[in-house]
Design a protein around this ligand. Structure first.
Ligand code: GLC
Length: 475
């Protein structure tokens, strides 16, 4: 089975969000299960500067009435072959997204992917694309390559990591593309790359079972629920995993004290002390520490957290250590709280892998009150480090966090259903209360660390679908 995975970001090369983690980890699990997997990414300036890839060859694609140069570069990481699409015009910039010509940039990438497979001499059985940035590949494949028998047998899978971002552009964008027009490209009088991908792929997936059901509704579907409804028999939810080698409390280089199920009580305590010290807090306090590592955007539930942070600080002895960057209102609020409660509240505005790992290992409770969360990786990482997630019951959070039930002594985290401050507040106080019961807490931590959220099971689910597609006839 030969699979080409295409995306707009991937670790260890470039990351802005969870998609990059998936693109970094899934290939290793696929390879371990016998798949010949290759990954294709844009050759952003930030990757190019690292000088780690070698030149393979070039091609041209027709876009904006030009024959545009496509350089192809190759690098290997963790035994996986990565190919990069080089274009100074489109990717020689500091950032990844947010440019006025993003529609053109990623259309170019999608055309380039299909030319680049000739350059690297790898004809995949399946092209697996992710989110809107690679959403045009299935359509271009069908329409521009159907004369080539070796292309005609390629199947396509589209994975939705976040349905809120759809790649919506004015219809005029079609003028730059060298391909026929079709109604599957259009939605609400615009060109919608994600809609096109949903219509044109052989199979559509998303990153958890609950999110799969949610995006079929008006509340979560951002209008694409109507389109997904048309494809519901080819639509699957496969839970993401985490890279259990990278996120391993026994070997993590970023943490001060390594631990496993054998010495977790000692390990958690040592890392907590270190975390508090690192942030200049009193390291000897035996109080619950809430941690948060997140992009600071509406999706993540910061808006329902803000109104009660102060309440919790005043009425309990809990400490807060938050890390993230994003919307200025949230960043400013964190700075304000840090000034007001310097011995109780600390924030790191920005992103640092090293600080993130210290929070995962050193906090007691990991906050993730998301409005929606297709899968979420933070809660799974937290669990692996024995930090109990406090989540809203949505998407992958619901599928991975079983709430603590003190009567049955079951579960491994805390959760609430309704997206509002009151519900969040109630469960935060419940967590603070539970923390006082050392025995109960220790058994929760132990259960958390015993869970297996590795990629192995999910990789097998993807392989089943790849095989299923390949058994279907051609078009
Ligand atoms: C997006 C989603 C997140 C998911 C990730 C990887 O970032 O917001 O929930 O875990 O994609 O699929």
């Amino acid at each position: 089975m030969k699979v080409l995975l295409c995306a707009s970001e991937g670790t260890p090369f470039i990351k802005t969000g969870g998609l990059a983690d998936v693109v970094g980890a899934l290939p290793k699990a696929l390879k371990a299960n016998g798949v010949d997997i290759r990954v294709m990414l844009p050759y952003y300036k930030k990757i190019k500067e690292k000088n780690i890839a070698s030149y393979c060859g070039y091609a041209y694609v027709r876009i904006s009435n030009r024959n545009e140069y496509v350089g192809v570069f190759h690098s290997e990481a963790d035994g996986i072959h990565y190919y990069f699409i080089d274009s100074d015009r489109y990717f020689g910039r500091d950032g990844l997204y947010g440019y006025g010509d993003d529609g053109e940039r990623f259309a170019f990438f999608d055309f380039a992917v299909l030319e680049a497979i000739k350059v690297i001499d790898f004809m995949p059985d399946v092209i697996h694309v992710n989110d809107w940035q690679t959403g045009l590949v299935p359509y271009i494949l069908k329409n521009n390559y159907h004369y080539y028998p070796e292309y005609r047998r390629i199947k396509t899978m589209f994975s939705i990591h976040n349905i809120q971002y759809q790649g919506v552009f004015p219809k005029e964008i079609m003028n730059i593309m060298y391909m026929p027009y079709s109604s599957s490209l259009e939605y609400d009088n615009c060109i919608n790359y994600m809609k096109c991908a949903i219509m044109e792929s052989d199979i559509v997936t998303t990153v958890s079972d609950t999110y799969k059901n949610e995006v079929l509704t008006d509340e979560y579907g951002y209008r694409l629920n109507y389109i997904l409804e048309l494809r519901k028999y080819d639509f699957y939810g496969i839970l993401n995993g985490i890279d259990v080698n990278k996120y391993n409390p026994e070997t993590d280089k970023e943490i001060s004290f390594h631990y496993s199920l054998n010495n977790y009580i000692q390990g958690k305590a040592a890392n907590k002390q270190h975390l508090l010290e690192y942030f200049g807090l009193n390291k000897n306090e035996n109080v619950p520490v809430f941690g948060l590592v997140s992009r600071l955007v509406d999706q993540k539930g910061i808006d329902i957290l803000m109104p009660i942070l102060e309440d919790v600080l005043v009425h309990s002895n809990a400490l807060f250590i938050l890390m993230g960057s994003g919307d200025k209102v949230y960043e400013d609020y964190f700075r304000y709280m840090e000034n007001k409660y310097p011995t109780r509240f600390k924030s790191f505005i920005g992103y640092s892998d090293s600080v993130a790992q210290k929070i995962y290992a050193g906090a007691d409770i990991f906050l993730m009150p998301s409005k929606f969360e297709p899968c979420g990786l933070g809660q799974m990482i937290a669990l692996r480090y024995g930090t109990l997630p406090l989540v809203r019951e949505t998407g992958g959070l619901k599928d991975t966090v079983k709430p603590y039930n003190k009567y049955e002594d079951s579960g491994w985290g805390f959760s609430f259903a309704n997206y509002n401050t009151e519900s969040l507040k109630e469960v935060m106080y419940f967590a603070i209360d539970t923390f006082k019961d050392k025995k109960a807490w220790e058994s929760l931590v132990k259960r958390a660390m015993e869970l297996d959220y590795s990629w192995n099971k999910s990789a097998k689910a993807y392989i089943n679908l790849y095989e299923k597609m390949c058994k279907k006839g051609g078009y």
